[in-house]
Design a binder for this molecule. Structure first.
Ligand SMILES: Nc1ncnc2c1ncn2[C@@H]1O[C@H](COP(=O)(O)OP(=O)(O)OP(=O)(O)O)[C@@H](O)[C@H]1O
Length: 236
């Protein structure tokens, strides 16, 4: 699904440069659930932005199903964000003046669907996250966990291939965090999505079969518990 080859990202301000990613090479297979951890400023959000075609690397290659994201035009990048990638953020990012249903429908506007199909898909997405009864509620009438469910429904209504989540449980209490993670895992299993979650929370990270660590712009694969390799027949 994703192939990163020697990716660097350098931010240049007036008299300061920051190397947020330094020579990252990485593959993420279709259907993987990957957690990304690491110290603050290590490069987690930068990596997620490159995976989501929200930004481009300074050098190197980022491909999504063979499509080179590094060289995309603005319009082509917007198309990837609209169709292929769903985003979820720590702060939910719902529009406060719109109902849950309308918030979910906003994610479908770039797809050019008719109003009736938008409404139907949004209602289905809200049902999928257990919020069918709350479709007419405004965000401030919903709990934090419910708001995050609406945000997840908005991300998934467009049937993306990838879900990218930046600290999706960062604003939630423990019980709600557990509920949201259980829901993300269920969606992952049911819909065969590829999911990448940035988290500071080791409990959340441990739920992911694959865990990456980014520190100072360098990625290390920290996955443990991998199936041990079968010893070669001759070694027995
Ligand atoms: N737009 C930007 N302009 C300049 N520097 C930036 C920009 N975005 C990120 N950086 C710098 O790049 C480095 C990596 O930042 P990034 O946000 O990717 O880290 P992070 O691991 O997500 O951190 P956190 O856990 O605090 O969110 C940091 O040193 C940060 O200050």
């Amino acid at each position: 699904m994703y192939e990163l080859r020697d990716v660097t990202k350098r931010y240049t301000q007036k008299n300061r440069t920051v190397d947020a990613l330094r020579g990252v090479s990485l593959s993420i297979a279709e259907g993987e659930l990957v957690a990304i951890q690491g110290p603050t400023g290590g490069g987690k959000s930068t990596l997620l932005q490159l995976l989501g075609a929200m930004d481009r690397p300074t050098s190197g290659s980022v491909t999504l199903d063979g499509l080179e994201l590094a060289g995309l035009s603005e319009a082509a990048g917007a198309d990837v964000r609209a169709r292929t990638v769903g985003f979820v953020f720590q702060g939910f990012n719902l529009i406060p003046t719109l109902t849950a249903q309308q918030n979910v429908e906003t994610g479908l506007v770039p797809l050019g669907l008719g109003a009736a199909e938008r409404a139907e898909r949004a209602a289905q997405a809200l049902a999928d996250v257990g919020l069918a009864e709350r479709a007419a509620h405004m965000p401030d009438e919903l709990s934090g966990g419910q708001q995050q469910r609406v945000a997840i429904a908005r991300a998934l209504a467009k049937n993306p291939r990838v879900l990218l989540a930046d600290e999706p449980t960062g604003n939630l209490d423990e019980r709600t965090r557990d509920e949201i993670m259980a829901m993300i895992e269920r969606l992952w299993q049911d819909q065969g999505l590829t999911i990448v979650i940035v988290t500071h929370d080791s409990w959340v990270a441990r739920r992911a079969p694959r865990r990456l660590w980014i520190s100072d712009g360098v990625v290390t694969d920290k996955t443990d518990g991998r199936a041990p390799r079968e010893p070669a027949a001759t070694a027995r």
